[in-house]
Design a binder for this molecule. Structure first.
Ligand SMILES: Cc1cc2nc3c(=O)[nH]c(=O)nc-3n(C[C@H](O)[C@H](O)[C@H](O)COP(=O)(O)OP(=O)(O)OC[C@H]3O[C@@H](n4cnc5c(N)ncnc54)[C@H](O)[C@@H]3O)c2cc1C
Length: 490
C-alpha cells in the first residue's frame, strides 16, 4: 500500500525544459496537474543549458536586418540532419517558434537578449535568453508556481506507470523520506530528459565507444528512467544511436565513479593536439558535427588542449560546482587546473610535451608556426584557417595541457510520438493515456533533428513539445481544445 494517493487530471514526470511548459498548458485550461521532480529543485538540464533556442522571424532578427523564414530554416535544418530529421516535426516546430516559443516565453517573463552564429545556419537564429537556460527556466518555473492548479513535488522520483484496462492511469513515486505515493491521473506526460548521464545506456547504443573513453555529460537527472518506463509499456524507440558528442570536455576528477565529464568554455586561444603531437582541426569549430568526428579519427581518440596562463583567464566550467549563481568561481576553476590528473602544467612548452608524452619535435614546431602567424600579422593561421581575432601567441607560462575525451551530451533519438505527443507503439498506434515530450522523445516526435542538430534545436523543441504534450494530455483528460498555437507562415 502506498503512503498516500494523489488524484489529478494530468501527471507530469520531470520538471525540466518540457515538463514545466506541459504543466502550464494543463493548468491554463483548468486541469489539475502534478509535476514529479526527482531533484530538490526544478529546471533539469534546461536550467544548466546555454538556453539558446533556434527561432525564426523574430523582432531581434529584424532589429539586425535579418530576413528569416520557416522555409529557409527548414532547408538548413534538414540539410544539417543528414537526411534523418523528422521533417514533419521540424516543420511544425519552425512554424511555431515565433509565437509559441519566442513570444510565449516572453509572456512567462523570459527575455531574449542576443543571438550568436552557429554552424549550419545561413542567418543568425540562435537566440539567447537573459541569464541563459537558468534565466529562461526560472521564468517558466515562476509561472508554473503562480498557477494554483499545479502541484510540484520535488525530491520525488517516479517509478512505474500504472495501467488499467489498457490505459495509462497514473504513476508510482517515492520521495526523499522514502514515502511512497500513488498518483492517479487521466493522462501522463513523460518528460524525464535524455540518457547521457547514464554511461551504460550510452554504451548500449554506441558500443564502439567501449574500446575508448567516453564521458557522461548531460544534466544529473538525464539517466534514461523515462525511457525504461515507456519501454516496459511497448513504446517504440527510434534513432537511439544518434547521440551528440562534444569534445571540449575533460574528466571530472571529483566524480568517485570516474564517469562524468566537465565541459569548459571561453578559451578561444587554445589549440588541440593529438598524441602524435599534431593539430587536427580548426579549434574554433567546436560543434558536434565537425569537431567530434575529427577527434574520433585520432589514434587514440583523445586530444590535449594547450593553453597559456592568460588563455585560462575567462575559462568557464559548465557545472554547478564551478559557479555561484551566474558568476564563475575563478578559485574553483584554478583548483581544477591545479588538481586534475587529466591536466598537466609546466613552465616551458618542452616540459609540457614531455609530461603529456606527445612527439616533442612536432609539438614544438607546430606551436612555433602558430606563433609566427601572429608575428606575420595574419588574420587566420595557415594550417587550418582558424581566425586569430580572439586568440594570442603562446608566450605566458605556466602552460597547461587539458586532456579531452568525447562527452555524450544530447540525445537526438527517443520514443516515437505523433504530432500530439502521444507515445506510439511498434504498430504506430498511440498507447492510450501516455504522452512524451523533450529529450526522452529525441527532443520532439522521436527524432526531430536527425543525425546532427543545429545548435538551439534541443531546448527549443523540448519546450515546444512540452507545451504540445500538456495541451493534448489536458484535452484527453477533458480540458481545453488541445494545442492550437499560431504559426508564423506568411
Ligand atoms: C550543458 C548543456 C548545455 C546545453 N545547452 C543547450 C542550448 O544552449 N540550446 C539547446 O537547444 N540545448 C541545449 N542543451 C540541451 C537541452 O538543455 C536539453 O535537450 C533540454 O533541457 C531537454 O529538456 P527535457 O525537459 O527533456 O529534459 P530536462 O531539462 O533534463 O528535464 C528532465 C527532468 O526530469 C527529471 N527526472 C528524470 N527522471 C525522473 C524521474 N524518474 N522522476 C522524477 N523526475 C525525473 C530530471 O531530474 C530533470 O529535472 C544543453 C545541454 C547541456 C547538458
Amino acid at each position: 500500500m502506498p503512503n498516500s494517493i494523489l488524484e489529478v487530471d494530468v501527471a507530469i514526470i520531470g520538471g525540466g525544459g518540457a515538463g514545466i511548459p506541459a504543466a502550464i498548458e494543463v493548468a491554463r485550461v483548468g486541469g489539475k496537474a502534478v509535476v514529479l521532480e526527482q531533484a530538490d529543485s526544478c529546471g533539469g538540464t534546461a536550467a544548466i543549458s546555454g538556453g539558446g533556442c533556434c527561432i525564426v522571424g523574430t523582432p531581434l532578427q529584424k532589429t539586425q536586418g535579418i530576413e528569416d523564414t520557416p522555409d529557409l530554416a527548414f532547408e538548413d535544418w534538414v540539410k544539417w540532419g543528414q537526411g534523418a530529421a523528422d521533417e514533419v516535426w521540424a516543420r511544425f516546430y519552425l512554424e511555431h517558434t515565433l509565437h509559441d516559443l519566442y513570444h510565449w516565453a516572453e509572456s512567462c517573463g523570459a527575455k531574449w537578449v542576443d543571438m550568436k552564429f552557429q554552424e549550419g545556419n545561413r542567418v543568425l537564429r540562435w537566440h539567447r535568453p537573459d541569464n541563459n537556460g537558468l534565466g529562461l527556466m526560472t521564468a517558466l518555473i515562476k509561472t508554473a508556481e503562480s498557477l494554483p492548479n499545479i502541484k510540484i513535488l520535488m525530491s520525488t522520483t517516479a517509478g512505474q506507470l500504472l495501467i488499467q484496462d489498457g490505459r495509462v492511469c497514473g504513476v508510482t513515486a517515492t520521495n526523499n523520506k522514502n514515502e511512497t505515493i500513488e498518483i492517479h491521473s487521466k493522462t501522463v506526460v513523460v518528460a524525464t530528459g535524455g540518457f547521457n548521464s547514464n554511461l551504460d545506456m550510452v554504451l548500449e547504443h554506441r558500443p564502439e565507444f567501449k574500446k575508448s573513453k567516453v564521458m557522461e555529460g548531460s544534466g544529473f537527472g538525464a539517466k534514461g528512467t523515462g525511457h525504461k518506463m515507456i519501454r516496459e509499456l511497448g513504446g517504440y524507440f527510434t534513432h537511439m544511436d544518434h547521440i551528440w558528442f562534444y569534445v571540449y570536455a575533460t574528466p571530472d576528477y571529483r566524480d568517485p565513479q570516474g564517469r562524468r565529464g566537465l565541459v569548459f568554455r571561453l578559451t578561444p586561444g587554445y589549440i588541440w593536439f593529438n598524441q602524435q603531437g599534431r593539430r587536427f582541426h580548426n579549434e574554433s569549430l567546436t560543434g558536434g558535427a565537425s569537431a567530434t568526428p575529427a577527434l574520433l579519427r585520432q589514434n587514440p581518440p583523445h586530444a590535449w588542449a594547450i593553453l597559456d596562463t592568460l588563455m585560462t583567464a575567462k575559462m568557464e566550467v559548465a557545472d554547478p560546482y564551478y559557479r555561484d549563481g551566474d558568476k564563475v568561481r575563478k578559485d574553483k576553476v584554478q583548483e581544477l587546473l591545479d588538481g586534475s590528473p587529466y591536466i598537466k602544467k609546466a613552465n616551458t612548452l618542452a616540459e609540457l610535451a614531455r609530461k603529456i608524452e606527445v612527439d616533442m619535435e612536432s609539438f614544438l614546431a607546430t606551436i612555433e608556426r602558430y606563433n609566427k602567424a601572429f608575428d606575420d600579422g595574419l588574420e587566420r593561421e595557415p594550417e587550418f584557417g582558424k581566425s586569430l581575432k580572439q586568440s594570442k601567441k603562446f608566450d605566458t607560462p605556466p602552460y597547461y595541457a587539458i586532456q579531452l575525451f568525447p562527452l555524450a551530451r544530447k540525445n537526438f533519438g527517443g520514443v516515437k510520438t505523433d504530432l500530439r505527443c502521444r507515445v506510439l507503439n511498434k504498430y504506430f498506434d498511440p498507447i492510450p493515456g501516455l504522452y512524451a515530450a523533450g529529450e526522452v522523445a529525441g527532443m520532439a516526435g522521436g527524432h526531430i533533428n536527425g543525425k546532427a542538430g543545429l545548435e538551439g534545436t534541443m531546448l527549443g523543441p523540448s519546450i515546444f513539445s512540452g507545451r504540445v504534450a500538456g495541451a493534448w494530455a489536458a484535452q484527453e483528460a477533458g480540458f481545453g481544445p488541445g494545442f492550437v498555437g499560431k504559426p508564423n507562415r506568411s
